[in-house]
Design a protein around this ligand. Structure first.
Ligand code: PEP
Length: 256
């Protein structure tokens, strides 16, 4: 049984004060459940770097975990503007989103770089949430599987079956991100099962069955239940709906 995981990607939103209010609101809503073995999903929030310390301090001891949105593939040194694993771990970060489509698109991050970062994260005990997904033109041209397979194999090359225990994959069709268009549960399930099959081929059945694959792309309370009921959908990576306590918590509840 895979434990579901709901992660909020706050992107470049929220001042420190606003981030603190959102984190406290989420923590407050989830404070009733102190267990970790029930059917509650794992909950992660990924604020911007500037708010990690404040949000991390606020969430300490709660069941909400801290994530971030990117990480350098290097350890330290002359890499202006970059943030290292050591700096992130120091702030209590446990998860790191890597290869988000916005980074692939605007900052030209390739599978090669995503793979370097994934390896570094795992080596340094951070859990990567590795994003893959096709663009609208890929889907319309019938290339969804080709594109997704290339990203999965490229971003996760060289990861061992044991390391996969700490990996989360997020399938995020680019055409569904921030657009209000959601993949139907059938479309999403089809790609999730396909991704699991690639992982099976790469590292075997046990690692494939254990791998959690989130769906991301305009997930909200009204569509979350159906998406999360699919056999290969193990959670959600949430953008817009993660920016308000109510809409995020409603998705978390849909995952119970
Ligand atoms: C995302 O950017 O990861 C995302 C899923 O965004 P949204 O929920 O706003 O589509």
């Amino acid at each position: 049984m895979r434990k579901k995981i709901i992660a909020g990607n706050w992107k470049m939103n929220k001042t420190v004060a606003d981030a603190l209010a959102l984190a406290n609101g989420i923590k407050g809503e989830l404070s009733g459940c102190g267990c970790c073995s029930c059917s509650c999903p794992e909950v992660v929030v990924c604020p911007p770097f500037t708010a990690l310390k404040t949000v991390g301090d606020a969430l300490a001891g709660s069941k909400v975990q801290l994530g971030c949105q990117n990480m350098s593939s290097e350890d330290d040194g002359a890499y202006t503007g970059e943030i290292s694993h050591t700096m992130l771990r120091e702030l209590g970060v446990q998860y790191v989103i890597l290869g988000h489509s916005e980074r692939r698109e605007y900052y030209k991050e390739t599978d090669f770089w995503v793979n370097k970062k994934v390896k570094k994260a795992l080596e340094k005990n951070l859990r990567p949430i590795v994003c893959v997904g096709e663009k609208l033109a890929d889907r319309e041209a019938g290339n969804t599987e080709k594109v997704v397979e290339e990203q999965v194999r490229g971003s996760l090359a060289g990861i061992t079956a044991e390391q996969f225990e700490n990996v989360v994959v997020a399938y995020e069709p680019v055409w569904a991100i921030g657009t209000g268009k959601t993949a139907t549960s059938e479309q999403a399930q089809e790609v999730h099962a396909f991704i699991r099959g690639i992982i099976r081929d790469m590292v075997g059945e046990k690692a494939a069955q254990g791998l959690r694959i989130q769906y991301g792309g305009s997930m909200k309370a009204s569509n979350a239940k159906e998406l999360l009921a699919q056999p290969d959908i193990d959670g959600g990576l949430i953008g817009g709906a993660a920016l308000e306590v109510r809409s995020f918590i409603d998705i978390v509840k849909a995952a119970v």
